[in-house]
Ligand binder design. Structure first.
Ligand code: GUN
Ligand code: ZN
Length: 443
């Protein structure tokens, strides 16, 4: 039986404003000795321990995390679960890497048992890393979506996922047709969208592997139910961009291909968006879609540098989330992803990413990008109780460096620069502890 009530005590860090608009130190809220009360998976109270303890229900045990930071669970806005087995595959850029490593790995998902086994490992890996919501690509096989949502439902996570649509320029055993892809997606939407915490994303892989007819039908699906997501790839690699221009001679830009199919709008998530122009950013701003910044992947495949501060320009800010993009990404950790995003910011423009901005992108900013900010991404009454507990002293090196820290912002920077799953002491989902590091856990 699961307990209806829970309580966590520790240093609570969350957001009261957007640090790309407000000065970072004013945007971050820090409660050094905070108490979070939870009932039926939702936060009911959050405040200073001394003032909040009066609301504790009789008999509820307070889980105390001294010297730990409690954050909203991390949000991974772009990741491929079938690619878990081929993470860290050597030697190719995007299109050759897909052919050589990814398509063979995804073909193995024709067997549902393979999908079930990888879904289990994948979900456990997310939780080990403090990730509580992700926008996930499955494979072209409908049962790959069932396997994933079944595991997410068992744990209680809020997840976004969908069946990949590919009706051309992919191996025979990984292609659907515009019609079968539509029908299969429709059935999966009926089965999963809005079931408990599960949300469906219409998932055309990218413009190269879908015909204009398939993209058009994907647009019909995206509009067919309230709250549906759409996810795809956009402007990641130079050869990809040239191929898209060749395949869609009547489009004015890569983004325009998706626009013409009716795929650009709220809850549309575009992976990468590296080589975009001012006009594209304006269109993203106007339509409310989101870009997923995937720095470890963009380094790994040599794709380029995402211009985060151009995307976030005050006169037309674009929604941006952080994505690990595993298997092109090299880490499941949003901490490691933030650390790489900092390095990208140094290479891509004049402004450097602040630690507080990085943590906002991984939590509240990601939630806003997904239009889920009323449910996840901050620690406040009424929000769903998805949390991660961070240990800034998880290794001997971190312990020494943490002692030098003068404030929480500096500690956050240490965590994103040096941290990974070892720093995630516990992960809470829907008010239940679903991951806890013990001395027996691999360091
Ligand atoms: N573009 C089309 N498919 C993929 C994929 O699986 N990974 C990445 N990084 N880019 C893509
Ligand atoms: Zn991707």
């Amino acid at each position: 039986a699961t307990a209806r009530h829970a309580a966590l005590r520790g240093c609570v860090v969350t957001f009261r404003a957007n640090p790309f608009v407000t000065a970072p130190h004013e945007a971050l809220s820090i409660e050094e000795d905070g108490l979070i009360l939870i009932t039926d998976g939702k936060i009911t109270h959050c405040g200073p321990y001394d003032q909040t303890r009066v609301f504790l229900q009789d008999g509820v045990n307070v889980k105390h995390y001294p010297n730990r930071l409690i954050s909203a669970g991390f949000i991974d806005s772009h990741v491929h679960y079938p690619q878990l087995p081929v993470i860290a595959s050597w030697g190719e850029e995007l299109l050759a890497w897909l052919q050589q490593y990814v398509f063979p790995a995804e073909a193995r998902f024709a067997d549902k048992q393979v999908a079930q086994a990888i879904a289990k490992t994948f979900m456990a890996e997310l939780l080990r890393n403090g990730t509580t919501t992700a926008a996930v690509y499955c494979t072209v096989h409908p049962h790959s979506v069932d396997a994933f949502f079944e595991e997410s439902e068992r744990i209680g996570t809020r997840m976004i996922a969908g069946k990949v649509l590919m009706d051309r320029l992919a191996p025979d055993n990984l292609r659907d047709t515009a019609r079968t892809g539509y029908e299969q997606s429709k059935a999966l939407i009926e089965r999963w969208h809005g079931k408990g915490r599960q949300l469906y994303a219409v998932t055309p892989r990218f413009a190269i592997t879908s015909t204009p007819e398939q993209l058009e039908l994907a647009g019909d699906l995206y509009r067919s139910r309230d709250g549906l997501f759409m996810q795809t790839h956009l402007s990641e690699n130079q050869k990809e961009i040239e191929e898209v221009a060749r395949l869609f001679p009547n489009s004015t830009s890569y983004l325009d291909v998706y626009e013409q199919a009716g795929l650009v709008g709220p809850r549309a998530i575009f992976g990468h968006g590296i080589h975009l122009h001012e006009h594209d950013f304006q269109q993203c701003h106007d339509t409310g879609c989101a870009l997923a910044h995937c720095p470890t992947s963009n380094f790994f495949l040599g794709s380029g540098l995402f211009r985060l501060f151009d995307a976030k320009a005050a006169h037309r800010p674009v929604h941006v989330g952080l994505g690990t993009d595993v298997g092109a990404g090299t880490s499941f950790s949003l901490l490691a992803t933030m650390g790489e995003a900092y390095k990208v910011s140094l290479m891509a423009g004049a402004q450097r990413l602040h630690a507080i901005q990085a943590f906002w992108l991984a939590t509240r900013g990601g939630a806003e990008a997904l239009h889920l900010e009323d449910k996840i991404g901050t620690i406040a009454p009424g929000m769903e109780a998805d949390l991660c507990v961070l240990n800034p002293e998880a290794t001997p090196l971190l312990a020494v460096r943490a002692r030098e820290s003068k404030d929480v912002a500096d500690l956050l920077f240490v965590l994103m620069t040096l941290g990974d799953d070892r720093c995630v002491e516990a992960t809470w989902v829907n008010g239940q502890c679903v991951h806890e590091r013990t001395d027996a856990s691999p360091r």
